[in-house]
Design a protein around this ligand. Structure first.
Ligand SMILES: *[C@@H]1O[C@H](CO)[C@@H](O)[C@H](O)[C@H]1NC(C)=O
Ligand SMILES: *[C@@H]1O[C@H](CO)[C@@H](O)[C@H](O)[C@H]1NC(C)=O
Ligand SMILES: *[C@@H]1O[C@H](CO)[C@@H](O)[C@H](O)[C@H]1NC(C)=O
Ligand SMILES: *[C@@H]1O[C@H](CO)[C@@H](O)[C@H](O)[C@H]1NC(C)=O
Length: 302
């Protein structure tokens, strides 16, 4: 009997331990006023992702994923701690720009929550792909459009919520399922060639929100190979000035929205070699882009 109790205790404490040492893989601030912090990690085998939000508010907090950055069609959660210290948390769906309805199937699960007079924090988890195809969106290895919002007012009930102020909301494009500092696990000591694709020094124009920049690079291989990892810096970059505020001034990362690698299928491929040293061009400015760039339209990697 005694040994059973001891074992049970051990298992319990092992579980607590696992929760405590879980390494957050990513940590970002979602709003420009440094009030909305997000951390997350995921488990590929369990197909599960866990988020932690810490927000400087005593009202409600909303977080979710959007098909296009807007609220309509978004799969989201809203949580708050009421005056009795009880946390309310629901998996919801926003049909329109209105109070999102509570899903019949609750697939985002609250793990932990708390508040301290100035901040509220919520830790919650869900599987990448839920069975709720009506009101949940899948989490994929693509870029995910996260939406966030908060209000300083506490709802009186889950269906009577004060709206967020226009400023206390936003969206952010994030590669949720990226592995920080991921390195290929090379068990067989195969020879790996690394191909670093870098842009020339590009001064991002200041007269437009979004810049599309294209540059030709010569691939160091000609036949089909197994590409393990590509370190790229810029190839086809989309730069969004207003939507993505400078978060980490030390690096250019926040400016890069996404990159696409295209294959150039010029009938005479050596003809493209002359562009290897070309600085690149604004991809939407056809007048100034070398004509041969039109041969590069076969998407290779996003
Ligand atoms: C409340 O929690 C936030 C987030 O963890 C923390 O930054 C802040 O210092 C805390 N405030 C107090 C008074 O403990
Ligand atoms: C792989 O290479 C490393 C360093 O070159 C070496 O220490 C290790 O023993 C090698 N492993 C195998 C399986 O050959
Ligand atoms: C915008 O860029 C141009 C040249 O690219 C520069 O002359 C100008 O000072 C810049 N304006 C601001 C506000 O940075
Ligand atoms: C292909 O392009 C290269 C470089 O411009 C040129 O030297 C060569 O003659 C071209 N080959 C053919 C078959 O047109």
């Amino acid at each position: 009997m005694q040994s059973f109790v001891l074992r049970l205790l051990f298992i319990l404490s092992a579980n607590v331990w696992t929760l405590c040492v879980s390494q957050w893989m990513h940590s970002i601030t979602l709003d420009p006023h440094n009030k909305y912090h997000l951390k997350w990690y995921f488990d590929d085998h369990k197909q599960r992702i866990t988020f932690n939000v810490v927000v400087e508010t005593t009202g409600w907090v909303g977080f979710g994923i959007s098909p296009n950055g807007g609220m309509a069609g978004s799969d989201l959660v809203i949580g708050w701690v009421d005056d009795n210290g009880v946390t309310h948390f629901h998996d919801r769906y926003a049909e329109e720009e209105e109070l999102p309805t509570i899903d019949d199937s609750q697939d985002w699960h609250l793990l932990e929550s708390g508040h301290n007079g100035s901040h509220i924090w919520l830790t919650f988890t869900r599987v990448f792909i839920t069975c709720d195809t009506e009101t949940d969106l899948s989490i994929t290895s693509d870029i995910t459009k996260l939406i966030w919002a908060y209000s300083h007012h506490k709802p009186s009930s889950p269906v009577a919520m004060p709206q967020h102020k226009a400023l206390n909301r936003g969206h952010r494009n994030v590669h949720l399922l990226s592995i920080p500092g991921h390195d290929f696990d090379n068990k067989n000591n195969e020879t790996i060639e690394k191909w670093d694709i870098t842009s020339s020094n590009l001064l991002i124009p200041n007269n437009t929100d979004t810049t599309y920049w294209c540059k030709i690079v010569i691939a160091p291989f000609t036949s089909k190979i197994h590409v393990i990892r590509l370190t790229f810096v810029f190839i086809f970059i989309v730069y969004e000035l207003k939507i993505e505020p400078i978060i980490s001034p030390a690096t250019n990362a926040p400016f890069v929205h996404h990159m696409v690698l295209y294959r150039c299928l010029h009938p005479n491929s050596s003809y493209m070699d002359q562009y290897a040293s070309h600085d690149g061009a604004n991809c939407v400015d056809f007048a100034n882009m070398p004509y041969d760039f039109i041969h590069c339209q076969s998407v290779y990697m996003v």
